[in-house]
Design a protein around this ligand. Structure first.
Ligand SMILES: *[C@@H]1O[C@H](CO)[C@@H](O)[C@H](O)[C@H]1NC(C)=O
Length: 142
């Protein structure tokens, strides 16, 4: 094997590894709005406040992931990837949220309608500027 072949082979392997490790395994992209208290009653748990995580990191599922109610209790990793206003996303921040409600029937109105997920104020403010109306997200069920 010549030196040139060896070099290009190792370059090929290097980029192959880079590609495989950077491609998100099963993360999807979508959008997220936010909603504020009152959060109860919720479609998933009625008035059972104990079903809400004490971290206050939770959200309401949009039609795309609601799954006819099966989404209740599912956990998602969520990361802000972009927004209309530059510097809206908090770099390097990701959160794990629990689905506790259905976005179309939350007590308080979401900041935008038709998003993949509606995040609690705490969840939204952790990954992005709280005054944004909606953000683009990467999300993955865990
Ligand atoms: C959040 O966004 C608002 C409106 O765009 C802006 O006025 C404010 O400075 C931003 N806050 C931070 C901490 O970047």
């Amino acid at each position: 094997m010549s030196a040139t072949t060896l070099t290009s082979t190792s370059f090929f392997i290097f980029f192959l590894v880079l590609f495989l490790s950077s491609s998100p395994s099963n993360a999807d992209v979508g959008t997220a709005a936010r909603y504020s208290a009152p959060y109860l009653p919720s479609k998933c748990y009625g008035s059972e406040a104990t079903e809400f995580p004490s971290s206050n990191l939770f959200g309401a599922a949009g039609d795309g992931i609601w799954d006819n109610g099966a989404a209740c209790g599912r956990q998602y990793l969520v990361r802000c990837i972009s927004a209309e206003q530059p510097r809206t996303c908090h770099p390097g921040q990701s959160i794990q949220i629990k689905i506790v409600d259905y976005a179309a029937s939350t007590v308080s109105n979401p900041s935008a309608s038709g998003t993949t997920i509606v995040l609690s104020d705490k969840a939204f403010g952790t990954i992005a500027n709280s005054s944004a109306t909606f953000i683009n997200i990467e999300f993955q069920q865990v």
